[in-house]
Write a protein that binds this ligand. Structure first.
Ligand code: ZN
Length: 233
C-alpha cells in the first residue's frame, strides 16, 4: 500500500507593507515601523550561569561521576539555550514574513565586529545569521521578497529625514539630534528606516519591479536618503 501526499505551498495574503530591519545588541531588532523586539533573556544572566557551570566542571576530576554530571549539566544548558533562541527566531521571522511583502535587512557586518571579542560572542549568541537564514527561507516559501543591502555609509549615521550625514556614533549613544534639520532620532529606528529606503532604491535603480521570485539583492545606501521610505508603509 502506498499513499500519495500532496503538499501545497502555503499561501499568505498579499500585502503592500515593506519593512526595514535593524539588528542590534541592545535591542535584537528594530523595525522601520517603530517596533522594537528584545531577545528572550538578558545575555549577561546566561553568561554568568555558564561561567558558574564551567567553573564547577573544571574543579572535578576528569572521568569521575561528578565530572560526568557537571558535563551533562553544561550540555543541557547549551541545548536549552539553543531551543529558546531558535524558538524566538522562528516566531519573529514568521511574524515579519506574515505582515510584510518586502523585507529588507542590512548585510551583517559580523566580520568587522570579530575584532571585538566580547561583541562577537554576544552576536553569535543572539543568532543574527540564523535569523537571516529563517527570513530568507520563509520569504521563498511564502512568495515574499527578501533583500539584503550592503552599505557604503553606516545607516545609523545618516538622518533619514534630510539625508544629512552626522559623525560616527558610539554604540552607547541611543538617541541623537540631526545638526542639519533638528530631527530627533532613536538610533535604531533611524537605521531601520534608512535600510528600508536603501532597499526600495535598489529596485528603482535597477529598474526592476514586481518580481515574483525571492531574490537577494545587494544595493548600497545612497548618501542622500529621501523620505520615500517612511511613506512606503
Ligand atoms: Zn536631518
Amino acid at each position: 500500500m502506498s499513499f500519495v501526499v500532496e503538499i501545497q505551498p502555503e499561501i499568505l495574503p498579499k500585502t503592500d507593507n515593506s519593512v526595514g530591519i535593524d539588528l542590534g545588541i541592545k535591542t535584537f531588532a528594530t523595525l522601520s515601523d517603530g517596533s522594537k523586539i528584545e531577545a528572550p533573556r538578558p545575555l549577561k544572566k546566561r553568561i554568568s550561569k555558564y561561567r558558574k557551570l564551567s567553573k564547577s566542571l573544571s574543579k572535578k576530576t576528569i572521568g569521575s561521576k561528578r565530572y560526568e554530571k557537571a558535563r551533562l549539566r553544561i550540555a543541557k544548558f547549551h541545548a536549552k539555550l539553543k531551543d529558546t533562541r531558535t524558538d524566538f527566531l522562528h516566531k519573529l521571522s514568521t511574524e515579519i514574513i506574515r505582515e510584510n511583502q518586502t523585507i529588507i535587512l542590512e548585510d551583517l557586518n559580523v566580520s568587522g565586529m570579530v575584532k571585538n571579542r566580547k561583541l562577537s560572542r554576544a552576536i553569535s549568541d543572539l543568532g543574527w545569521r540564523q535569523f537571516r537564514t529563517f527570513l530568507e527561507s520563509k520569504a521563498e516559501k511564502y512568495s515574499r521578497e527578501f533583500r539584503v543591502i550592503s552599505r557604503w555609509e553606516p545607516t545609523s549615521q545618516i538622518c533619514y529625514a534630510c539625508g544629512f550625514k552626522g559623525g560616527k556614533l558610539d554604540l552607547s549613544i541611543r538617541e541623537w539630534e540631526c545638526l542639519n534639520c533638528g530631527a530627533k532620532h532613536d538610533r535604531d529606528l533611524n537605521a531601520a528606516i534608512n535600510i528600508l529606503v536603501a532597499g526600495g532604491q535598489s529596485e528603482t535603480l535597477n529598474g526592476r519591479g514586481g518580481k515574483q521570485k525571492t531574490t537577494v539583492e545587494v544595493a548600497a545606501v545612497c548618501e542622500t536618503s529621501t523620505r520615500r521610505g517612511a511613506k512606503a508603509r
